[in-house]
Design a protein around this ligand. Structure first.
Ligand code: GUN
Length: 290
């Protein structure tokens, strides 16, 4: 038996089409247009790629895209001043400051400076806290995308056990909170967990978000489980190859033989993140302007 492959690319495209139709309808009725501001500090190549695709997809669904690029040595005060201007700008419904930021900048201070109503990343303590107490408003994009992929397989998570491998503020913790909110029985595993294979083997749903290439092996997976692989890791370049291979946190070729459903890397969670960012921007727009 081979697992069903969860097609994140297709599900993300569907979501973007729905968003584009809603944006067009709003424009026709009111003339208003949601706007997303993305701030990039420095020129980290991976961040450049993300920011470029965010801007393209924002425009493709009919929203306004505002890009702000600051030099790597920009003083923190200048970045905070830009965030304050974006907070006050009525044409801006969503603000995303691309992470990671250079070491001289206090990331928490920058995130906390963003108006929670415009925090389309869902990273502000107000939004993270609202999710924790069961009042989710703007939810972090990768966790939200992971949930939507899981919902393409499961109608209901009641009675299912879920293991989230990884406890980051950006993915592990919010994904666990979302699953709990949807009635799964949730375990958060991490680098200090004893007998990780046994913990993963007990789960009907596995979400891997640790950033360790192919850490989760096929023999760890319970037969028929649903596996969401959030990791994107580039392996060292092999002789003759232009680049190293992209792999997830799950050994896909092994896991696909055991799981009931699994996301590929690339083409699984990745495409959902930007689609959910656009969804959050539309949500922030509605909440702010209507
Ligand atoms: N860097 C990598 N992923 C993300 C994300 O989802 N949001 C932000 N702001 N930065 C990132």
């Amino acid at each position: 038996m081979s697992a069903k492959i969860i097609d994140g690319k297709a599900i993300a495209e569907n979501l973007r089409n729905t968003i584009a139709a809603e944006v067009a309808d709003i424009a026709a009725r009111t003339g208003a247009q949601p706007g997303l501001a993305v701030v990039l500090v420095g020129n980290d190549p991976a961040s450049e790629v993300y920011v470029g695709s965010k801007a393209r997809q924002t425009v493709a669904v009919g929203m306004r895209s505002f890009e702000h690029r600051l030099p790597a040595d920009v003083p923190e005060a200048e970045l905070l001043a830009l965030v304050a201007r974006l907070n006050a700008d009525d044409a801006v419904d969503g603000i995303l400051v691309q992470l990671p930021l250079p070491a001289h900048i206090n990331t928490d201070r920058v995130i906390e400076a963003i108006d929670p109503a415009k925090d389309v990343d869902g990273f502000h303590p107000v939004n993270a806290g609202r999710l924790l107490i069961g009042l989710p408003t703007l939810v972090a994009c990768t966790p939200l995308g992971s949930l939507l992929l899981l919902q393409s397989v499961h109608q209901d998570f009641s009675g299912l056990s879920a293991v989230v491998v990884g406890r980051s503020n950006i993915v592990g913790k919010p994904v666990a909170q979302l699953l709990l909110q949807h009635n799964a029985t949730v375990t958060i595993a991490h680098s200090r967990t004893r007998d990780l294979p046994a913990v993963v083997r007990a789960a009907d749903i596995v979400v891997a978000a640790v950033g360790r290439p192919e850490l989760v092996r096929g023999e760890w997976i319970k037969s028929g489980a649903t596996v969401i692989d959030v990791g994107i890791n580039r392996l060292p370049q092999e002789p003759g190859a232009a680049k190293g291979r992209l792999v997830g946190d799950v050994a896909f070729d092994e896991a696909v033989k055991v799981a009931g459903a699994i996301t590929p890397v690339p083409g699984g969670v990745g495409p959902m993140t930007i689609a959910c960012l656009l969804r959050n921007t539309l949500q922030a727009f509605r909440a702010r302007r209507f």
